[in-house]
Ligand binder design. Structure first.
Ligand SMILES: *Cc1c(COP(=O)(O)O)cnc(C)c1O
Length: 385
């Protein structure tokens, strides 16, 4: 048996007539940039988040940059980001001419709020004056500790932007009266999403979105994302081209109807992995924090023998991934910040132990059994029971 790491073809096949018709409609109307399909998607995505505003954009990276730009982050400013994330979170800060400040993660892979507090409390007054914002990432689909992070952002007067690129439909119920929970992207001033094809909600090309409740921030982002113009050729500010394509809006509008059931399938797959991996003591399964709805963009296990296991699985038909092999402070791109090995011990240890197993809605029970049996074989355990 072969279990690919992702399989985008099956999902397309399952909704092909609807997708093809939606794309055809864009072609027939030549509505290639923004247009009615993008507007419909923005409305649907805003509704899903009970957010007042949503703007479709050209990617997740652009969404982050757009939000920071609109909030006035600029040269010589500093913004806190977790050290274990995809580089785009930090790049958006760099693109503004500002500097990322890294914080280590906890056992749930997200920003460690105790360490965040320590970072803030040990900053000099000059450093605090430069510090403008914080971008928690809901990594792998698990919501970050938004209660604590929101409180700290308020205490230190920082803008809060959420990187939700991996966390469509992830929620925090906590003590909220809503049994359903509050979706990520609605805790901060702006929630930034990616619809890169491999994400939980994937376009058929590059795409992203921002959501916000704040009318002022919405207005600024609207302007900047289309060359600073609300009326064509009348430019209020210098902006950029961060518009969403019509075809992406069409594809995403169709897919939006299925995202809840696809997320449920991911959660069921995670439960099965979890159950089957229980008696493999060499492997630590991902833990879900209390009161969180994890959207399982990735199912990331930990093991001391990661490299050998990865190779073994590859040799036995199971593709896996590393998210991410090198924490940001040890990337060449950020060597100028002067961080050293040992600065973020948890992230560094995790980088050597993590392994992402195949995870998507279309993954079958049989495939999950197969993956776990290969893992058991590797550790010398009995296979099928
Ligand atoms: C994918 C991703 C991004 C960037 O999204 P793109 O659409 O690829 O630009 C940003 N942050 C995180 C955490 C991501 O996983």
């Amino acid at each position: 048996m072969n279990v690919p790491f992702v399989n985008l073809k099956i999902q397309y096949q399952s909704i092909k007539p609807e997708i093809d018709a939606a794309i055809q409609d864009v072609l027939d109307n030549a509505a290639f940039i923004m247009g009615p399909k993008v507007r419909a998607f923005e409305e649907g995505f805003a509704r899903m988040h009970a957010a007042t505003y949503c703007i479709g954009t050209s990617s997740g990276t652009d969404s982050l940059h757009l939000a920071l730009w609109a909030l006035g982050i600029g040269h010589a400013d500093r913004v806190i980001v977790p050290v274990n994330t995809f580089i785009a979170t930090a790049e958006a800060v760099s693109l503004c001419g500002a500097e990322p400040v890294f914080v280590d993660c906890d056992d749930y892979f997200n920003m460690d709020v105790t360490k965040l507090r320590r970072t803030l409390s040990t900053m000099s007054s000059d450093e605090l004056a430069q510090l403008k914002g914080i971008i928690p990432v809901h990594l792998y689909g698990q919501p970050a500790d938004m209660d604590e992070i929101t409180a700290l952002a308020r205490e230190y007067g920082l803008v809060l932007i959420e990187d939700c690129a991996q966390a469509h439909c992830a929620k925090i119920s906590g003590n909220a009266p809503l049994a359903e929970g509050k979706p990520v992207g609605t805790f901060g001033l702006v929630g930034c999403f990616s619809f890169y094809p491999g994400k939980n909600l994937g376009a058929y090309g590059e795409a992203g979105a921002v959501v916000t409740h704040d009318p002022e921030t919405y207005k600024k982002m609207m302007l900047i994302h289309d060359h600073g113009a609300l009326v064509r050729y009348h430019h209020d500010v210098p902006g950029h081209n961060y518009r969403m394509e019509g075809i992406q809006g069409a594809v995403l509008s169709v897919k939006l109807k299925y995202i809840t059931s696809w997320t449920k399938r991911r959660q069921e797959n995670a439960s099965l992995y979890h159950e089957l991996l229980k008696d493999v003591e060499e492997v630590t399964s991902p833990q879900i924090k209390q009161g969180r709805t994890h959207s399982f963009h990735l199912y990331v296990i930990r093991t001391k023998r990661r490299d050998d296991l990865m190779k073994y699985l590859g040799d036995h038909g199971v593709s896996t991934g590393l998210h991410y092999p090198v924490p940001l402070h040890l990337q060449k791109a950020y060597s100028h910040l002067g961080y050293q090995e040992g600065d973020f011990p948890v992230a560094e240890q995790m980088a050597g132990e993590i392994l992402s197993l195949p995870m998507y809605p279309e993954l079958t029970e049989e495939q999950i059994h197969f993956v776990v049996n290969q893992i058991k074989d590797f550790f010398g355990k009995k296979g099928w029971v």
